[in-house]
Design a protein around this ligand. Structure first.
Ligand code: FAD
Length: 458
């Protein structure tokens, strides 16, 4: 038995359908399109400061519109961009935009502090209190509140679902107010009406995406209901939810993807939760999920009755075998991360995949381990498959397990050099474990393109 030490995790960058940096670049280019349009249509720029203010104002509004696409679960867009990337960019952009919006009135007045300082404060006061700028002021205030609520979401006395509804609807209001402000106060309206029309159309599209999420998508999902088959205890802290198709419709997915599950019985109810599929397409019409008891919803899973209707939004995500390169696959699961990793392992087993496969499954105690019997059966039947169980806390009877955490020392001791140089690493687990493990894999010299991972949080 080896004692493996833990080091503090360092930040990792997620892998998705495309690298995060490329999505960032495309979005940055899109944001500049309205700025360039404005310049080509006669927006006059007198100095560098005026250019900066125009870029921040016009680009800021464009970035806010893009936020609706990034978080909108639009299947084609999320497949292209990678849902993990899209959600990450949405979060980061939101924080930066709140700062821009907050600075916007100050930036406009800033030159006055140099040219006519005695008038600057009264100008600033007018900017905040004038009737013409009221919609801008309201947009800025609501936005700052919404962004702060997102940053401190976990500390608010509010359920995740209530937060999500207030976030979506709140930003639709901010968008309408900000668009009104841009077309009534923005300088471009003075010289070109079609520019205003463009903002109104884009704003309408953004608001329509929210209406789609609340009204049309539920209607689409209603056409493909599933029903609960069973909820079984899988470990001290995990349960296996099994559902099956309740009708004749197409439902395609790839092992490792995830779905938003709505078990409220009402398709329009926005209380859906994301869970990774632990089964494979071969198991259809059934789907199964390993669900860890983590909060209000997951602790109430036992209340689900067999036959109860379930609606699914998805599948989403790129945590699939399509991303695998090379002749080896390393699967790494921590805690609740075993769900999608089991999905991938079951798929590799069903395909009789000839590549060398090694599973590392980290868990706090033996009692939290899920599906180890099945994993042992796969070890017995699949020659090219190995599995290592790593427990944080063990007792004497469990002396066969590795003790501690999945880290660089364990990986370099149990994988041979060829595997490290060739394998695709799939990692899923809680945020701290995920970041630490991805960091350690990279320290082994594995490039980001061969590290595929799934966050269990957005
Ligand atoms: C892509 C993805 C795949 C996941 N796969 C699995 C899985 O296979 N097995 C598993 O056990 N867990 C999985 N999770 C995590 C799971 O969604 C949360 O644990 C669950 O939603 C918690 O809900 P709760 O009300 O019980 O807990 P809470 O205490 O209410 O929430 C705990 C945390 O979970 C997140 N969360 C809560 N509700 C939602 C929601 N409706 N939508 C998004 N995030 C939410 C929030 O970050 C919150 O802080 C996955 C998460 C994501 C993003």
């Amino acid at each position: 038995m080896t004692d493996l030490s833990i080091r503090p995790p360092k930040a990792a960058s997620p892998a998705g359908a495309m690298p995060f940096s490329r999505l960032l670049l495309y979005c940055a280019m899109l944001i500049f399109v309205p700025v360039l349009l404005a310049l080509s249509q006669g927006l006059t720029i007198n100095n560098l400061f005026a250019l900066l203010v125009s870029v921040l104002s016009i680009g800021g509004l464009a970035a806010m519109l893009l936020q609706f696409a990034l978080a909108g679960r639009i299947p084609r867009f999320t497949r292209w961009a990678g849902i993990d990337n899209a959600m990450r960019l949405h979060r980061k952009t939101g924080e930066i935009l709140a700062l821009f919006f907050l600075l916007h009135p100050f930036l406009l007045v800033l030159p006055r502090f140099f040219v006519a300082p005695q008038l600057a404060l009264s100008d600033l006061w007018t900017t905040f209190t004038a009737t013409e700028t009221a919609t801008g002021f309201y947009a800025m205030s609501i936005m700052v509140v919404l962004v702060l609520a997102s940053i401190f979401r976990d500390r608010l006395p509010m359920s995740y679902e209530a937060w999500r509804v207030s976030h979506g609807l709140g930003f639709a209001v901010v968008m309408i107010l900000a668009t009104d402000h841009a077309i009534t106060n923005g300088r471009h309206g003075v010289y070109n009406n079609w520019f205003d029309a463009m903002w109104v159309i884009l704003c309408a599209l953004a608001v329509a995406s929210i209406l789609d999420a609340y009204l049309l998508r539920p209607w689409r999902l209603k056409k493909r209901p599933f029903k609960v088959v069973s909820v079984n205890q899988a470990s001290d802290r995990d349960r296996i939810l099994t559902i099956e198709k309740d009708g004749d419709f197409d439902f395609d997915f790839k092992a490792g993807q995830f779905l938003w599950i709505n078990t409220s019985g009402h398709v329009g109810n926005r209380t859906d939760h994301p869970f990774s599929i632990a089964s494979t397409p071969q198991n259809m019409p059934r789907l199964s999920f390993v669900i860890r008891n983590l909060g209000d919803y997951t602790s109430g899973l036992d209340k689900l009755e067999p036959g109860q209707t379930v609606y699914l939004d998805g599948p989403h995500g790129d945590f699939t075998l399509d991303a695998a390169k090379g002749n080896s696959i390393v699967l790494i699961a921590g805690g609740a991360g075993i769900g999608p990793i089991l999905g991938l392992l079951r798929q590799l087993n069903a395909n009789k995949d000839p590549r060398s496969i090694h599973l590392y499954y980290g868990s706090r105690t033996e009692k939290d381990v899920v599906a180890w019997d099945e994993i042992e059966q796969i070890i017995a039947t699949m020659e090219n498959f190995k599995a290592t169980k790593i427990l944080e806390i063990t007792n004497e009877e469990e002396a066969v397990a590795e003790k501690g955490y999945i880290n660089q020392a364990l990986l370099s001791r149990t994988l041979d050099k060829d595997q490290i140089n060739d394998a695709s690493f799939y990692v899923c687990g809680p945020p701290v474990m995920l970041e630490a493990v991805v960091h350690d894999i990279k320290k082994l010299g594995v490039p980001s393109s061969r590290v595929i991972f799934e966050h269990l949080t957005f």
